[in-house]
Ligand binder design. Structure first.
Ligand code: HEM
Length: 126
């Protein structure tokens, strides 16, 4: 799918991206597949990392790069068991949050494709 004409950061705005990530992390701790995967005492920091990563990748300020350096997401996910079920659940929770926040259908489709491709790329276990 063709990328939108403007950076998605500009189209959605920082508040919407922040709300999407917050909604995702509200869902993670209680989830039977993803909950146990995440370090239990780091949800505030983890939310900050994903939020700043997406803002940077979507064309906003590169705070993530300044704080974390090159993302190296495959390497950083290596300690966690990311199988197909975890990948699918990650997308389910993320898209539930996107739908809760409410974005235009074309932006929803773009997010689903973009995030889904990275999620598939991060699968590291059979
Ligand atoms: C496929 C399913 C996925 C699982 C099971 C998963 C799981 C995790 C876990 C357990 C962490 C550690 C939490 C932390 O301390 O930050 C993490 C970090 C992170 N994940 Fe994922 N993740 C998935 C997909 C994704 C996707 C699709 C993206 C990007 C679009 C992403 C971006 C990140 C980022 C940016 C970090 C923080 C990296 C760092 O700077 O240390 N993850 N993920």
């Amino acid at each position: 799918m063709a990328p939108p004409e403007l950076p998605i950061y500009q189209l959605l705005g920082e508040d919407v991206l922040t709300a999407i990530v917050a909604g995702f992390y509200r869902r993670v701790p209680g989830d039977p597949i993803l909950g146990p995967l995440y370090p239990p005492n780091e949800f505030v920091e983890a939310e900050h990392r994903l939020r700043t990563f997406l803002i940077y990748r979507f064309g906003g300020p590169p705070v993530y790069l300044q704080e974390r350096g090159h993302p190296r997401l495959r390497m950083r996910h290596a300690p966690f068991k990311v199988d197909q079920a975890a990948r699918d659940r990650w997308m389910e929770l993320m898209m539930a949050s996107v739908d809760e926040v409410g974005v235009a259908p074309e932006h929803r489709a773009y997010l689903e494709q973009f995030l889904g491709d990275i999620a598939t790329f991060l699968i590291n276990r059979a």
